[in-house]
Design a protein around this ligand. Structure first.
Ligand code: ZN
Length: 411
């Protein structure tokens, strides 16, 4: 008996109905009416598949299948169920649905695990309502305190705790989850990029989640009239900035295959058609899955910017953000690989260019992630689509991996 593709499809379709923007993608903000509808659906299915449902003081949902050892740590499987505005039906939801499918398979096979299995549906991964993102996983692993949480407000100034109460959630419940009670965390997610589709491979075993640095660069020159200033007397800040930006792809490519560098925001001053720009401010986003490459790329970018510090042009660099790359658990990766091979499912290793709850759990427990292809590499839009057959393949691999992890005493 294998994962039921139709059941997976149905759950995805049903959950996609819980949106603030029908006909224009899924808009499901944390603690909204749509959150409540999706939450009730997920809890109903958990109960139907024989799980005991609880919610923590953030509204994260847990469906537990008790193990033979009472009090033994659980193997967690799931993802988040919030969305970005006008997002798709698969980001996060796919991982929750596949978690439910694993529970359905445990029930159909009448398996009582040695260690407990918990299907988990996390809140506010996208950060749409409260900013920052990964709130459910960061909260339960203790990365912010109850006091801090009690001060969180949305764009309308409403407290998160009040929004919780409006949909019947209780913020006074336990929030912190002792990592000792978690044996592993497994998450299936859509790739949100084109690599698996290009390779025509249904499963990506995520090796690591990228680290990133964000720089803000200011280039200063001297303003002048676009018609009367001879070319050899100009101190054009935009020309210097353009030379820097145009060289970034080369630095990325030379550094390593998984290093990417992007300038996504640029401001030109005074920004007049007939004025030589005297100042340009732009961002540089540098990502790599290998910290050594990330460091080197940052250093090379800074060195490049330094070379433009000449002939009346001055440059300044500020590093605003640094997040280290997270390698996912090696043993779990090899279990995923072994199970894929036993099931005859083509797979490859892949890096994640986006952040996920699994990177938060990676600091406290053995964490693993599977990716399935995204049609045309699209995500965070109504067109987001992943094949239910691929999701079923992911569910089968997770089912086999979780059977092993909930039985074995290693790890
Ligand atoms: Zn997601």
């Amino acid at each position: 008996m294998f994962a039921n593709e139709q059941r997976i499809k149905k759950h995805i379709e049903n959950l996609s109905q819980f949106t603030k923007t029908p006909g224009a993608g899924v808009t499901r903000l944390t603690y909204s009416e749509e959150d409540l509808q999706a939450r009730n659906y997920i809890k109903d299915k958990m109960i139907a598949y024989g799980l005991t449902v609880t919610e923590d003081g953030f509204g994260n949902i847990f469906g537990k299948l008790d193990g033979v050892y009472s009090g033994a740590p659980s193997v967690l499987v799931g993802s988040h169920f919030d969305s970005v505005p006008n997002g798709g039906a698969y980001d996060g939801t796919a991982g929750v649905v596949v978690g439910l499918e694993v529970a359905a398979l445990f029930q159909e096979h009448q398996i009582t695990p040695t260690y407990p299995l918990e299907v988990i549906a996390l809140i506010e991964e996208e950060g749409t309502r409260y900013g920052g993102g990964l709130m459910g996983s960061r909260g339960m692993t203790g990365l912010f305190s109850r006091e801090e949480f009690e001060s969180f407000t949305d764009a309308n100034g409403q407290l998160a705790t009040d929004a919780m109460k409006e949909i019947g959630l209780d913020p006074s419940k336990v929030q912190y989850r002792d990592p000792e009670t978690i044996k592993a965390f497994l998450e299936l997610h859509i790739e949100q990029g084109p690599i698996l589709e290009d390779k025509a491979i249904p499963i990506g075993i995520v090796e690591s989640i990228v680290g990133l640095a964000q720089l803000e660069v200011t280039v200063k020159g001297r303003a002048g009239h676009a018609g009367t200033t001879p070319m050899n007397q100009r101190k054009d800040a935009l020309v210097s900035a353009a030379k820097i930006i145009a060289t970034l792809p080369e630095i990325a490519v030379l550094e390593s295959e998984d290093t990417v560098i992007t300038t996504g925001r640029l401001q030109v001053f005074p920004n007049g058609a007939n004025v030589i720009p005297d100042q340009v401010v732009f961002t540089i986003d540098i990502r790599s899955t290998d910290e050594k490459h990330l460091f080197q790329a940052i250093e090379e970018v800074k060195a490049l910017i330094e070379t433009k510090n000449e002939n009346g042009i001055t440059t300044f660099v500020e590093q605003n953000l640094y997040i280290e790359p997270k390698a996912l658990n090696k043993e779990i990766r090899s279990i995923f690989k072994q199970k894929s091979e036993e099931l005859g499912i083509p797979h490859c290793s892949i890096h994640s260019g986006a952040g996920h709850d699994a990177m938060v759990f990676a600091d406290v427990t053995a964490s693993g992630m599977l990716f399935v292809p995204s049609l045309n590499g699209l995500s965070h839009c109504p067109e987001e689509y992943s094949d239910a057959g691929d999701l079923a393949k992911g569910a089968n691999i997770l089912f086999e991996a979780i059977k092993q992890l909930t039985e074995s005493k290693i790890m």
